[in-house]
Design a protein around this ligand. Sequence first.
Ligand code: SF4
Length: 470
Amino acid sequence: MHESCGVFGIYAPGINVAQTTFFALFALQHRGQESAGIAVSDGNGIKIHASMGLVSQAFTETDLELLKGHIGIGHNRYSTTGSSRPMNAQPIIVKSEDLTIALAHNGNIINHKLLRDELQERGYNFHTSSDSEVIANLILASPGQNWQEKIEYAMHRLQGAYSLVILTENKLIGVRDPFGVRPLCLGTIDSGWSIASESCALDHIGARFIREIEPGEILVIDSQGVKSFKKEDSKKALCIFEYIYFARPDSIIQGKLLYPTREAMGRILAEEYPVDADLVMGVPDSATAAGIGYSNASGIAYCEGLLKNRYVGRTFIEPEQRIRELGVQLKFNPLSQIIAGKRLIVVDDSIVRGTTTPHVVSLLRKAGATEVHLRICAPPIRYPCFFGVDMATRWELIAAKKTVPEIKEHLGADSLGYLSLNGLIRAVDLPRDIFCLACFTGAYPIPVQIEMDKLALEVLPPEELSEVHL
Ligand code: SF4
């Protein structure tokens, strides 16, 4: 499962904004590994560099030196809408006769096809297949005396999830959709300001976290300081998967540090699904805190049973068949001397397709584990995400097709326990109605009618879809 993107923005005269943005993107690398880009303005024009690959692969020192200015935005991309091509790397620059903006987007726009058709009819050109270009053109095409009015108008037309950083020649603008699906926060840096998908990016560059940008809020930052614009409060739908998996455990969302929240998920899993065993382990890195929580609550010792090869991220080197067949072994190495002869409780963040977990179970058994009891920090995922998370179509989701006992058999585990929805809400310790829980419940906060029609069919594999009459 992949999150779609990480975004960052900075307004800070006197600071090397390109280099600071580079290091902030480094801290947000977990949100997208496909491409990275930075755009800066010195007040007279916007310069950009974007390239495929990890942040460390996308920029040379010379690239950064050429990006001179006092305002900047940056982006790490994992593609959801729009294919994986260099032209879809962000930020993107869009121009009209008299206006230019660069924009970086985290989320997914559900009605982007309709908006694109409308804008094309009005003469707007598109150079990429991404929904982010639709947002940027829509803002330029919107009526209004200033950026705030244009963005407000565009927000009425956009359906979906969007946390945006926008660069004009002399302003940095942050925007969060009215549901607040994706996170976005504000910090100070020296005498300037920064905006980031997650607070961990602020920590790493020496910025100070101030607050989260509110759902539906527009922040305009320029030489006059920060101005906030927000219409009335609407229903929130924050993505609960930020707490389970996407965000880093050292980030703060809704005033909560994620590490203890993940520990609580493990603690509650131990209450809901106790089992007699010798050792508890979390699948690194996302389930480590939950594993420790399970261990503390159950009194069963914690161990690191799998070590993760942290640098086996995205690579453009296509592995040969022999290497491909190693599968999860390329990523995880079991500590056989620790786990041999032991009954293990293995805590993991979630199960999406159910394709990786059987290999993890088998790796642990080959290393000598006598029993493998899986405990999962999320309820069964039965519905796909339309808000910027690349999960799967519905027919690929294992919990949409199989019962929990069938999934247990498929995974080869001795037992399987999914955290209940109530247990998850207890762990997060915030009101249930501020969250999107759609991938568990199918109750989408934003209308997704067109996709829902397809969804009804997508529970079938593609070969059987052809036999369904529309
Ligand atoms: S459907 Fe699931 S992954 Fe998508 S936004 Fe909602 S909670 Fe997050």
